[in-house]
Design a binder for this molecule. Sequence first.
Ligand code: HEC
Length: 203
Amino acid sequence: MKLASLLSAAAFAVLASVGSASSAGLTIDENCNVNKPGDEVSYREAHDVYLCLERKMFDGYNTGPKRWVNPNHVGQYRTWDPVSTLPANPGVHSNRFLFSYVNQIGSATYKQYAEGVSMPVGTVIAKESFTITSKGKAKKGPLFFMEKVAPGTSPKTNDWFYTMVNANGKPAVINVFKACNECHSGFEDTDFLGYPVEEVRRK
Ligand code: HEC
């Protein structure tokens, strides 16, 4: 193919993709529900849904007693360093859209997104989640925490302490070895961290 026709083919491809994206533009109603199925929502569109939901999510997580979950983490994680630029749904955590924050102790190390890291003791990572169903219904999801505790406290989890708060604020009763650590221990080169998908890592 000649250069000119290659270029026009490329231009056409760009136009076609812009055209289809704008013709199916996102609308969000007062309940944060959208006009397309969750698996057709881009990360940027998901961010608009997040902006609609974030207050309700935060208030939900902070409703009621936190019991074994540190209430300061739940009350303060939004003041920590956001390490996602946009919510992304990498297909783990039940295909939810995920958005993470890391406290000051750990954020510089976390944001290297590197192998061979060892997160400092006292690091706490919070991961918010929400779903957009196949009918476009936005649903608040749980808040997940990982906290790095003193060396030797929990060798099986690489000294990570996992907790989860449901969208309604109730701490979730889970077997963290099975429900969290079995999967996270697979990230053995990165201190059990999965990291957000590359396109949404905040540097
Ligand atoms: C099937 C695998 C899997 C299971 C099960 C799982 N996670 Fe994750 N988790 C991941 C992956 C992959 C990431 C990185 C994806 C992202 O942040 O977008 C992640 C990210 C996280 C993060 C942000 C820190 C990081 O790893 O970068 C926290 C906090 C977290 N998970 C907590 C939990 C808790 C608590 C549970 C149990 C209730 C759990 N996870 C269960 C795979 C899993």
